[in-house]
Design a protein around this ligand. Structure first.
Ligand code: SAH
Ligand code: SF4
Ligand code: F3S
Length: 446
């Protein structure tokens, strides 16, 4: 532990992208803290400013460059400022980032973020830029890490990368092929977290259903992992994301029945309802197969909260294709639906396979608006049905929208808002649901 007097500066990190990036930011900041830096909440108070980037849609990359533009201004007033770009865009763009933003000092890809302390030290010592985007070495992740800040709710990465080749997706390029961590190592990390006060753990993987398939001396499965982690004494809630419908095994539903602390929430993106589009996306399942899985999930766990991702306007999507997507949403009745307009990316199979981005922008826009409106209506109807139910809520503290109220999560991972004069962060409490909207449930403490 370094005390305040020996601190070697302040670090700030801005995160764009998925939960894996949220975790990586936490781990990178822990590394810097271990090296004597203070973590601060504002870029203009920092000596080291970092952005953890995402490449999944064009907008995410634009966000990173516009943030970098603001850092350029800060650097004009403070030439000592160190600016670093980490994560998926760093991996994908590499030295192109220096060309577009010459004031950047560090570009570190998805296998290098835990060495950020070394990179900062090197830049300070030499003033030279650092580019670290190689794939030659093993992905160094948690192994090298110092303790991270305790959280009531924590993410644990169980695998990184993805072996699928969904034609629209850049993630296999930015995160590389699948590699799973040893089961024992994951359980040990969870044990440590729970020992330090974590009560909820969400296991992360791009395609978590195929966890363990290449582990030696023997392969492991997601089910095995869930049983092992659920067994950690004191762990109140366990979740996992994200599932791929063609890898999800029905035995998984048994785990939900057997393990009281495995929460009834399943994020398994369909992407489209059209068999033709699914084929062009190379998803490996059909509308019918997806609906069978929805039925099996609901039969095994009647109150399962289902979440999905949908892309509208993928290459060749016709009005009829889109109607099938609407039908899929109507029948699935997602609790949470993440809906995106197709954004064509470099380094994706779609580029090589002659799948052009041929749905006009205004057609995409029209479709996404229509689907979102219907989805809100269906979610609203489903949430109304929950009025009168008593749910156990895990408190997250004051509501962002209304700081006089307290926000928390139901077992299904839904936002529940209650009136309370006390800060309920990190507490478990029961709430009777009194109202529901498309986005949240409202209740009173019982
Ligand atoms: N590994 C996860 C999700 C990865 S990216 C999975 O396979 O489900 C998160 C979501 O972004 C995807 O589910 C998809 O809906 C969306 N997405 C990915 N590539 C996209 C693109 N090129 N344009 C628009 N949305 C995209
Ligand atoms: Fe991308 Fe498909 Fe892998 Fe998900 S499963 S990360 S969508 S390639
Ligand atoms: Fe996540 Fe975006 Fe990378 S979704 S894996 S941060 S491209």
């Amino acid at each position: 532990m370094t005390d305040a007097t020996t601190k070697t500066g302040n670090a700030f990190m801005y995160t764009i992208g998925c939960q894996m990036n949220v975790l990586d930011t936490e781990l990178a900041l822990a590394t810097l803290e271990g090296d004597g830096l203070n973590v601060v909440e504002a870029a203009n108070e920092a000596d080291v400013v970092l952005v953890n980037t995402c490449s999944v849609r064009e907008k995410a990359e634009e966000k990173a460059y516009s943030w970098l533009g603001r850092m350029k201004v800060l650097k004009r007033n403070n030439p000592e400022l160190i600016i670093g770009v980490l994560g998926c865009m760093a991996q994908k763009e590499g030295k192109l980032i220096f060309r577009r933003a010459p004031y950047v000092d560090i570009v570190a890809g998805t296998a290098h973020f835990t060495k950020i302390d070394d990179y900062v030290r090197q830049v300070r010592a030499t003033g030279n830029r650092i580019l670290a985007v190689g794939r030659d070495e093993e992905v160094e992740t948690e192994k090298r890490l110092k303790a991270r800040e305790t959280r009531h709710s924590a993410y644990v990465a169980v695998m990184r990368g993805c072996d699928h080749h969904c034609t629209y997706c850049v993630v296999p390029n930015t995160r590389g092929t699948e590699s799973s961590r040893a089961l024992e190592e994951i359980v040990e990390e969870c044990r440590i977290l729970v020992g330090e006060g974590t009560q909820e753990i969400t296991l992360l993987g791009q395609n978590i259903d195929s966890y363990g398939k290449r582990l030696r001396p023997r392969r492991r499965t997601l089910s095995e992992l869930l049983y092992a982690v659920a067994d950690v004494p004191g762990l109140r809630r366990l979740r996992f994301i994200t599932s791929h419908p063609s890898d999800l095994k029905p035995e998984l539903f048994q785990a939900f029945k057997d393990l009281p602390n495995l929460m009834p929430y399943l994020h398994f993106p369909a992407q489209s309802g059209s068999d033709e589009v699914l084929k062009r996306m190379r998803r490996g399942y059909t509308f019918g197969r997806y609906m069978d899985l929805v039925a099996a999930a609901r039969e095994a766990v009647p109150d399962m909260g289902l979440a999905g991702d949908t892309i509208v306007g993928f290459s060749g999507e016709t009005d009829e294709d889109f109607e099938k997507t609407i039908e899929l949403h109507e029948r699935t009745r997602y609790q949470n639906a993440y809906i995106f307009m197709y954004s064509e990316r470099d380094y994706t199979p779609a580029r090589d396979l002659n799948l052009p981005d041929d749905v006009p922008h205004d057609v995409k826009k029209h479709r996404i608006n229509r689907l979102m409106k219907l989805q809100r209506q269906w979610a609203n109807e489903e949430n109304q049905k929950k009025v009168g139910r008593v749910l156990e809520v895990f408190g997250e503290g004051p509501s962002r929208k209304d700081p006089d109220k307290q926000e928390g999560r139901s077992p299904q991972n839904q936002v529940v808002i209650v009136e309370s004069g006390r800060d309920l962060k990190g507490q478990f409490y029961k709430a009777e649901i009194t109202a529901g909207t498309d986005a949240a449930l409202y209740g009173r403490l019982v």
